[in-house]
Ligand binder design. Structure first.
Ligand code: DON
Length: 310
């Protein structure tokens, strides 16, 4: 990174201290009952630079589920398995001001790959013999990208969402009725929910972000985990659609392509610089972590991370 390690460490610690003013603000996601079963004030932050330096704070080994951060994986896998024209003939690429699980932004197709309807669509485009095979491919890819050999399906989270997923079921059947995919809507939904239930922690998120920030190349092996054009697509969609109906304001304030999940994680990617993972499970009304957003806001300013300033 641009400054020396102690300087960055001090800046990050001062940001964390300042973000303590958010403690207690926001609510846990409870529409998936298992997500409400956590300490609401748990907190963790990790930054991994493209030069391989890492900065970890709080409960950085704490495990939580990817939730909507998995939408990044589903988009990458759909792009691995299909050319971009095909993917974007089935899903749009424009932001929407509707909430993430709304049916409204599905006209001829879902507005973008980062609302539920869009991610159910990208899930339908992932190749494999059956749901298990497709899920194994996603999990194996995620393990490489995030350097988390132990990543796994969080069974309680999966079971809890499967039982309460009426809205996503409606979305999946609706997409099928529109001719967006031909697969069994229950199986496509099952794959989507399994991807949402993959375990992560902030170190995994910052490692994954660092590989994307490094033009898609693994920091150690230099193996190409994403092509340059996939990086371009994924980061532009994270920048414009990654924080749901809050994406425009967040991009204006923070300027870092990011993707949030209702378990309280946020993944951020600063191209050419670093990946960032934050966890704080209290959410605002748009489903984004309150303290997580504040951390990104302040880190962006303190470390000059906005893509519009550098
Ligand atoms: O489909 C759902 O509702 C969840 N599995 C994921 C939603 C989510 O993470 C929205 N993010 N902020």
């Amino acid at each position: 990174m641009l400054y020396n390690r102690d300087f960055i460490d001090e800046k990050i610690k001062s940001v964390i201290r300042a973000s303590e003013s958010c403690i207690g603000e926001g609510e846990l996601a409870s529409y998936i009952p298992e997500l409400a079963n956590v300490n609401p004030d748990n907190f963790a932050l990790s930054i991994t630079s493209v030069t391989g330096e890492s900065f970890n704070y709080g409960n950085y080994n704490h495990e939580f589920s990817l939730q909507s951060i998995s939408k990044v994986l589903l988009l990458i896998m759909a792009l691995h398995d299909n050319d971009p024209e095909k993917v974007f003939s089935k899903v749009g690429s424009e932001p929407t001001s509707y909430e993430f699980n709304s049916l409204v932004p599905i006209t001829d197709k879902a507005a973008n790959p980062f609302i539920n309807a869009g991610a159910i669509t990208t899930a339908s485009m992932i190749l494999g013999t059956d749901v298990d095979d497709k899920f194994d491919r996603i999990l194996e890819y995620y393990k490489k990208l995030s350097k988390q050999e132990k990543a796994h399906l969080m069974k309680e989270v999966y079971a809890s969402e499967i039982e309460t997923t009426d809205r996503n079921k409606a979305i999946s059947y609706y997409l099928k009725s529109k001719g967006i995919f031909d697969e069994d809507p229950e199986k496509v939904l099952d794959l989507y929910i399994k991807a949402c239930s993959i375990s992560t922690n902030v170190v995994a998120l910052s490692s994954m972000g660092a590989a994307i920030a490094n033009r898609g190349c693994d920091l150690e092996t230099h193996y190409n985990l994403l092509s340059k054009s996939e990086v371009q697509i994924v980061l532009s969609q994270m920048a414009t659609c990654g924080m749901y109906e809050n994406s425009g304001r967040y991009l204006m304030n923070v300027g870092i392509p990011s993707k949030s999940g209702v378990s309280g994680g946020i993944l951020g990617v600063v191209p050419g610089v670093c990946g960032i993972g934050v966890y704080s499970p209290r959410l605002d009304k748009t489903g984004n972590s309150v303290r997580g957003k504040e951390i990104f806001n302040m880190l962006g300013q303190e470390l000059d991370l906005s893509i519009f300033i550098n």
